[in-house]
Design a protein around this ligand. Structure first.
Ligand code: KIV
Length: 271
């Protein structure tokens, strides 16, 4: 399979300049071509092909089951729908936790088979050998600290992270190490706003928060959550910009009524 690899308008240099100029970065997830076209057309800076696809697209309760092949399928669809935004793809659970060569091979597959612009990796110091190897191969890497859903069985729940001093200190150190290693950005999930602001001041690379307060250089949300498609999920950090669950349910309900009553199709809707 051949994939057209092109440099889109938003690059790692654009993102670095945005941090330097104090311009906030807007990031959202997408998992398919149609949503990517909408999100990109609306002017988003970064599209994340998140492993949250395991939850949102496939109905799993954790992000662990999604495979590298499935991430590649989602990411290549997103890339085909994206003209301007930087596309970053989650390395799925297990790909970076062992041999660095295995991690590099997975990252190369993502770049070659999807045409994406970079990868995101959950974890800090313990993953540095893999992260450095991938960066050395010329692949942009975004870090992810705080609540890291791939470690959910170790964390024991989706609550706020780094409330205690020891965990906050580890997060600060991990953030500095990731920046020194050459990561182009860092996602911080569900940590106290003051800690996220401190990290953002200390490191030169852009920080993107989800449930990490206003002091980050940018924000990310899961697109289905902020559009109100996913009805049951309403954490404190989520601002819902639409109620598409209701709008879609009503529209589909009208269609069902119209088909059943014979109102659809009418004279103009047939050949
Ligand atoms: O997979 C995902 O959607 C993410 C975001 C929550 C940052 O990692």
């Amino acid at each position: 399979m051949s994939v057209e690899s092109k440099v889109r308008a938003v690059t790692t240099a654009t993102l670095a300049k945005m941090k330097h100029d104090g311009e906030k970065i807007a990031m959202l997830t997408a998992y398919d071509y149609t949503m990517a076209k909408i999100v990109d057309g609306a002017g988003i800076d970064i599209i994340l092909v998140g492993d949250s696809a395991a939850n949102v697209m496939a109905g799993h309760t954790t992000t662990l089951p999604i495979t590298l092949d499935q991430m590649i399928y989602h990411a290549s669809s997103v890339v085909r729908g994206t003209e301007r935004a930087f596309v970053v793809v989650d390395m799925p659970f297990g790909t970076c936790s062992g041999d660095e060569q295995v991690a590099l091979a997975a990252a190369i597959r993502i770049m070659k088979e999807t045409g994406a612009d970079g990868v995101k990796i959950e974890g800090g110091e313990e993953l540095l050998p893999s992260i450095k190897k991938i960066i050395a191969a010329g692949i942009p890497v975004m870090g992810h600290l705080g609540l890291t859903p791939q470690s959910i069985h170790q964390l024991g729940g989706y609550g706020l992270r780094a409330k205690e001093e020891a965990e906050a200190q580890k997060l600060l150190r991990d953030a500095e190490l990731l920046a020194e290693a050459g990561c182009f950005g860092l996602v911080m999930e569900k940590i106290p706003a003051a800690l996220a602001a401190e990290v953002t001041r200390r490191i030169a690379i852009p920080t993107i928060g989800i449930g990490a307060g206003a002091g980050c250089d940018g924000q990310v949300l899961v697109v289905h959550d902020m559009l109100g498609i996913n009805k049951g999920f309403k954490p404190k950090f989520l601002r819902q910009y639409a109620d598409l669950h209701t709008a879609m349910t009503e529209a589909i309900g009208h269609y069902v009524e119209d088909v059943r009553s014979g109102d659809f199709p009418n004279e103009q809707e047939q050949y």
